[in-house]
Design a protein around this ligand. Sequence first.
Ligand code: GLA
Length: 382
Amino acid sequence: MSKLLSHDELRAHFAKKFGRSATVIARAPGRVNLIGEHTDYNDGYVLPAAIERETRIAAAPRADGCVHLVAFDLSRETTFDLADVQRSTSEGWSNYIRGVAAGLLAAGYPVQGFDGLIQGDVPIGSGLSSSAAMEMASVQAFSAIGGFVTPSAQAARIGQKAEHLFVGANTGLMDQLASALGQPDHVLLIDCRDLSFRPVPIPAGAAILIADTSVRRSLAASAYNERRAQCEAAAQALSVPALRDGTLAMLDAVALPDVVARRARHVIAEDDRVLETVAALQGGDLHKVGELMNASHASLRDLYEVSSVELDTMVELLRSQPGCYGARLTGAGFGGCAVALMEAGAVDAAIPAVAAVYRMRTGLTPALYPTRAAAGASALTL
Ligand code: GLA
């Protein structure tokens, strides 16, 4: 994982590469989801926070309608023409930005070309939404360079469409919304049906610890798309617009293939858990929040089947630490990260303890880092 460059370093690299000064620095954070997994594409509730890891783009306008991108951490570069935005097969990392450009153009914005240097410290492929960070940072860059404002909900939808059309993952909207709307020290209760949201303060004394299994997600897109289709089949069988509208009683009353019923059971109960978590946070009942997180993990493991041996091991180790309220996998699953809610004072001791036993049990070196909830995407004009 790369280290985040300072603004001065980023500007210096930009000047060296392009022979002129950057005029904008756009940024957008990754996200961690406290609870509400695989509910967003079922029109349900999620409770994510933006994290203190972000993607930045230093940029300066071009007059020829082209976008020239340098991915500093990957040592790759690519150029595309706004007059004909295509997917790239050789520079896959750029498809998020190509997709965003196509989406902004389709929405009628006066999109202008730019030179851009991209750098960041959101680990790639570990379930912390490096892709959404790249999308939301690029919306900010295009908006600042073109002199227009893209409302957050529209920015999120454009990012989602980029994933669907340019990357091939039929994702929901949680990651983009969290990256766009994040607020320091708050999780966001988002209703993924109407995209309304409410910031919920993280109680003082509680801390979020992210634990990366260091297993990159594999086959994630196809397994993810398959689950999404199973949820749609279940909603259809229940005669509801989306599983958000389903109940466990409705589910018990219809005959469904076992696997489809289990997927639906997870989603319906997970939606309730999100609302219960919000109530518990507001009541300062962190033990209850932890129980709900633990129940979410069990459901994702047993009913939704998106956990892994490494995630289960990590979650178990986190829970065994003094001061841990609860832990679960976060994001799509199939590898990636777990999240724990802990007493703030217990985090420092937990990190080396979890890392050592995880390494012994799996032979893998994990990355553990506490994060505060951070602010959503923004752009700075230089
Ligand atoms: C990925 C997707 C999100 C969401 C989560 C699972 O992060 O991008 O839209 O579906 O998985 O909750």
